[in-house]
Design a protein. Sequence first.
Length: 291
Amino acid sequence: MKRADRIITVIVVAFLIIVFIVLYSGISADKAQYGSSFSKGQIAVVKLRGVIVSSDKIVNQLKKYSRRKDIKAIVLRINSPGGGVAASQEIYEEVKRVRKSGKPIVASIASVGASGGYYIALGANKIVANPGSITGSIGVIVDFPLIVDFLEKVGIEFKTVKSGYYKDLGSPYREFTDKDRAKIKEVVDNLFNQFVNVVAEERHLDKNDLLKVADGRIFTGSQAVEYGLIDTLGTLEDAILLAGKMAGIEGYPTVIFPKRKKVSLIELLFADIEEVLSILIPIPSLNYLWR
């Protein structure tokens, strides 16, 4: 096998592995089916796992359970380091919409509920986390690759015709200038300010005090309680009991947990291929994401 063929084979295999891992971990939500038993006092558990790329699945699940009269409350189980700014904001808005509808919704942070994951939790009536959960990471990060030097080495040159200086801002095919950096920083600062405003409003915190710790740092659940970033410490079980109490359910509520849906390898690889490609496309990616 020629060296070039071996390189191409390695690239293809690596790509398929990345696709498999990302999809299997559930980049936005479980591929799940839910119990269909109908009885009084039910609580639905909606799971948000992995890096947030798309909001569609979680938003649809929240809408579904908010409309069902037999579902008295929702627990949003978060295990995510965050992700895309817009996707995180859309899920937050839907969580807040559920809250304002009068149906209790409790955010339960598992191992990680940071940055965009924490942003989403802010829309709930209450935020519960384990003492050792990781949360916070209030901030914005933008990533994009630069391959100019590599292209020069292999003798490839890209030509671009554009309508304005910033039209190809963040392009991997040209040098990143101080002027580019300043413009992207404006956008990052604006998105950061949006994040801080939401935290200050939802958690009833003074913005100036909040800015002292809103520098991207992470907190344990215990620390987050002290700073007023979450409401209380507890497990998923505690969050379910709290949601039941808020919904006026006596005793232990009936809980609808997700059931794993068996999927074929083809479905696993290609069901959300557009989401995987959105990660791999070399364009600036604005994220509420903890690294």
